[in-house]
Design a protein around this ligand. Sequence first.
Ligand code: GTP
Ligand code: MG
Length: 597
Amino acid sequence: MNLDRHTAVLKAMGKIEGFKNDLRRLNSELGHAPLWLPGRGLETQCGEAVRMIEDIAERFEHKLVVTLVGPSGSGKSTLLNALAGVDDLSKIGHRRPTTDHLIVFSGDQGDPNDAGQLAEALDSEIVETRSNPAADRFEHVLLIDTPDTDSTALKKHIPLVERAIKKSDMLICVFDAENPKRRDHVDFLAPYIRKFSGESLVCVLNKCDRLDAPELKDQIVPDFLEYIRLGWQMPADRVFCISARRNLKEPDWDETAAPKHDFDEFEELKQLVLHTINRAGFIVDRRLENAERLRDFVFEETGREVGKNKGVLADAAARITAVEKEALGNAVSGMQANETRQFLGLNIVVYQKLAQRWLGPMGWMIAIWARLLIFGSGIMAVFRYGRPLRQVIGTLSALRHSKDAKSGIEDPEKDQRTAAALRNYRLVVLAHWPEIAKSLVQGGFDSSIRKVEDALAGTDGFKDRLAFAWTDALDAEIERLTGKLSGLLLQILFNIPAIGILGYCGWLTLLTFFSGSYLPGDFFMHAFWAIGIILFLSFFFLQLCIRAAAGTGRITARAFARLKSQLEQVNEFNHNPLKTQLDTVLGLEALVESNRQ
Ligand SMILES: Nc1nc2c(ncn2[C@@H]2O[C@H](COP(=O)(O)OP(=O)(O)OP(=O)(O)O)[C@@H](O)[C@H]2O)c(=O)[nH]1
Ligand SMILES: [Mg+2]
């Protein structure tokens, strides 16, 4: 083997790896949609194709295997002998079937092990290997003669022929020109044919010597090509019209049945086998093409399966999304309807947030007030660690419901609320599930998905997720409102009276202090009260404002609205695993498409 051949093999190995990877990727995608039934068959095909490609790759170093197949008595053995140039290599007979096992023929110049290895792979019991020193022209090729698949011994022969075809790189399909349209044979070959690319499939019309030349060319050949095209769903590149027997060393014609004419394309066929096929590089190319074809075949099948069901499946996916939206909307409404007094803690959070933002005397008042509220409710600890809102509310509820507030997160009322939400959610989903399931089953999904559990699959963490989404919405709403309530203008407005009186008293005090005539104690008593009254009054008005803008009812109403619009934007709040499988199936189309390029 020369260097070129080595590099060709290496390159080809790389490509083979690529084909296998494509198939594995497809396989793993299919594995993600276990309930889609067509996927199971496709998975098997993937596995089989990978195995076959591996088989091809293994044989890169070996000779090219060319198999003769054809119906009983079409002249396969005669053709083998004619090609090999040895008349009695494979027995030719009148009694059908003549050939009842596989005969592997090799010119013995090449590696003598090749034929042996192949025989072993095919099961040496049923294989006879022949070689002939005269046939050293077959340096890179092994020819296999097969038994027929349509005689009485059919049951016995079919597995042999199948095995031989699987190991073949090329097929020479021999037909009897006198009776070329044998349905059973064309049908038998049809599934295998797809795995051979155009050039690796050769059609031969034998016994042409028995027919008139014009009839053969004008009628029988075009007729036959059309017949093949229909039967195999793909056109044959060309057909060779030959007389195998005439090309034996000793044709031994009966006097009454000598050839009717000289038209014979045997030489062209022989050239193809000896020169084109027998080239070293051809072997690698051919095998590579066949491997690629195997991969393409599985991808095409996948594309076909998905394409067939795409309409219903896309429809089901759209419906699932729509129902999910509706169900979530209902869930939030359920939560809202279940709203009770549990939102007391909101007040504290609002003041706490405002305290961080306000300056001046009002800022102090707010801070003091927030502290008082916190002490009053006994959730000091929560604030000390800067816990988020969800725990404040949780702690408050827990405090109210149990004497020892050990768990800060347990919130029975939250549970009640989310339980109501889940109830509403389930009602909507269940109402729509039958139609969705119908579409899914139509699109190839297992009919077991009609079960109610599947409709609600993935709702396990639903309550928690909803509760989280809810507190987030609440948090955001409080953030927004307190931001608005801490505007500069508002701060100035409410601080002015207190700052004014403070400034005035301060000014009087300082002025008299520096002029040396001290004010009487009554003045300070008075000023203290005046300042206090103004502070309290302003704070009272501020509280009225806060109550109006950020009352508990208002905050929750807005938070619910926010939650609703948020959930509408989320496409999949609830990850139903069936929907994931459905998306996987629909995604296969893109995968097939990308393979096509
Ligand atoms: N006239 C004519 N007869 C042929 C030709 N080729 C083969 N025959 C005859 O057809 C008969 C069958 O030939 P085989 O080569 O044994 O056919 P086969 O396809 O191997 O048959 P099985 O092994 O039984 O499947 C024999 O009598 C051959 O002499 C041909 O080109 N012209
Ligand atoms: Mg035979």
